[in-house]
Ligand binder design. Structure first.
Ligand code: NAD
Length: 415
């Protein structure tokens, strides 16, 4: 695995802010890593044991916040990276949370719904001393969803003996999740995309867009683009490959084709392409919305897009990022581009604590305000300091986290 782009950007931001290696180390090191083995009864009556962890990176600005993933390849280094990204992302969005992330090493496809429910409840039992609405607020991540969050909320409430809606976010709206959460990451990304198109003075119409990954986030952005005549979606892909049509894809038909056929292959009036080919298409905007480490030293020279919007976490390696920067390609970093999800998770937590629920328009309006404030500040810093958008985003977030730590007395020395 190549070094993630965020580590190099964070270091550059720390140097610009005059922070020492020791201080940077303090800001990069997680507060704690908690591990547990979760034993559950299988439907067969046998017992199975799964290793689980929660990484709590930094709580200087508020409770730890971050998803829990169920995946066979859950590994502590990856969860540490993702928990760190959550710290910087919450600080960019200026919401009162720190960063955390959790996972269970399991292939969820091999478990029945009842076994998954026992595992979700087991996770809460194993970590109950360390998580909670004022300590660490979980959310869904890879292979967990609103049903998982409903079970976790119920288990936590059962243990505590009273209703605790604010224990997790990403709950079903019927169980007091927030309206607008499902589309929040895509909508936040669209607000930032519009801002960057204006900032970069891209006047060409329509703006041609390619999206890698047609899941929750990529599919949501595709729908939003189809409602905006300034944009034309020309290519999309999923894990099995993609479709490309230079004159534009009909988004509702693409989504329906994938739903019916299980893949994009054979979508009419388009060419089938591979994921590698999608990344190198001659488009205006490229949106990685699937996996980490998609653009690296091996393909960054061949990227033709003028603007890359990182809706996935960590899709570009440090060496890939350096090549893109040297070629003048603008990259909107993940900690800004996909911060809409955790921002509306924050709104969900606020609504649960108030017991007072907002209409979708109010959620989206507040999301737009926070996303644009963050985007405008990052553009300003990038222009003033002559740095990339990624380094500018880390300058903003590092300064906020660093200040909170000094005010709490957790970092001492120069201010
Ligand atoms: P998802 O599981 O709904 O969708 C993932 C998509 O990627 C699927 O369409 C899948 O087919 C596709 N995919 C998988 N392997 C691929 C490959 N090799 N090439 C191309 N496509 C491939 O997941 P999601 O919730 O949409 O999340 C996507 C990314 O966005 C992840 O990196 C996630 O961490 C990040 N993210 C999600 C949210 C959120 O609110 N869901 C918030 C912030 C960041």
């Amino acid at each position: 695995m190549e070094q993630p782009a965020y580590q190099v950007a964070l270091k550059e931001a720390a140097q610009i802010l005059g922070r020492s290696d020791v201080e940077l180390d303090r800001l990069m090191t997680p507060d704690r890593i908690i591990q547990a083995d979760i034993a559950i009864q299988l439907d067969s009556g046998e017992t199975a044991i799964f290793s689980a962890l929660r990484v709590q990176h930094n709580a200087a600005r508020g409770p730890y916040k971050g998803g829990i993933r169920f995946h066979p390849q859950v590994d502590v280094e990856e969860v540490k990276t993702l928990s760190s990204l959550m710290t910087w992302k919450c600080a960019v969005a200026n919401i009162p949370f720190g960063g955390g992330k959790g996972g269970v090493k399991v292939d969820p496809k091999k478990l029945s719904p009842l076994e998954l429910e026992r595992l979700a409840r087991g996770y809460v039992q194993a970590f109950v001393k360390h998580i909670g609405p004022n300590q660490d607020v979980p959310a869904p991540d890879v292979n967990t969803n609103e049903q998982t969050m409903a079970w976790m909320m119920d288990e936590y409430s059962r243990i505590k003996g009273h209703q605790m809606h604010d224990f997790v976010t990403g709950k079903p709206v019927a169980l007091f999740g927030s309206k607008g959460r499902e589309m929040a990451t895509s909508l936040g990304g669209k607000f930032i995309l519009d801002l960057m198109i204006d900032h970069l003075q891209i006047t060409k119409r329509p703006i041609q867009v390619a999206i890698q990954g047609l899941g929750n986030v990529g599919g949501g952005l595709a729908k939003l683009l189809s409602l905006d005549p300034r944009y034309k979606l020309v290519a999309v892909s999923d894990s099995q490959g993609g479709s490309y049509c230079p004159t534009g894809l009909e988004v509702s038909e693409v989504l329906a084709h994938k739903q019916t056929n299980g893949s994009l292959a054979g979508f009419p009036y388009s060419h089938d392409i591979t994921n590698a080919e999608l990344l190198e298409l001659d488009v205006d905007v490229l949106v990685p919305a699937a996996l980490e480490e998609q653009i690296t030293s091996s393909n960054a020279e061949h990227i033709k897009a003028k603007l890359i919007l990182e809706l996935a976490n960590n899709p570009i390696s440090a060496s890939g990022d350096a090549i893109l920067n040297s070629r003048g390609i603008s990259v909107v970093p993940d900690i800004l581009a996909n911060a809409g999800g955790v921002t509306v998770s924050y709104f969900e937590w606020v609504q649960n604590r108030e017991g007072w629920y907002w209409e979708e328009g109010e959620v989206n309006g507040r999301l737009q305000k926070l996303m644009l404030e963050a985007g405008q500040q990052i553009i300003k810093i990038a222009d003033e300091k002559k740095v990339s958008l990624r380094v500018a985003a880390f300058l903003l977030s590092l300064e906020r986290v660093d200040r909170a730590m000094r005010l709490r007395g957790k970092l001492v020395g120069r201010n």
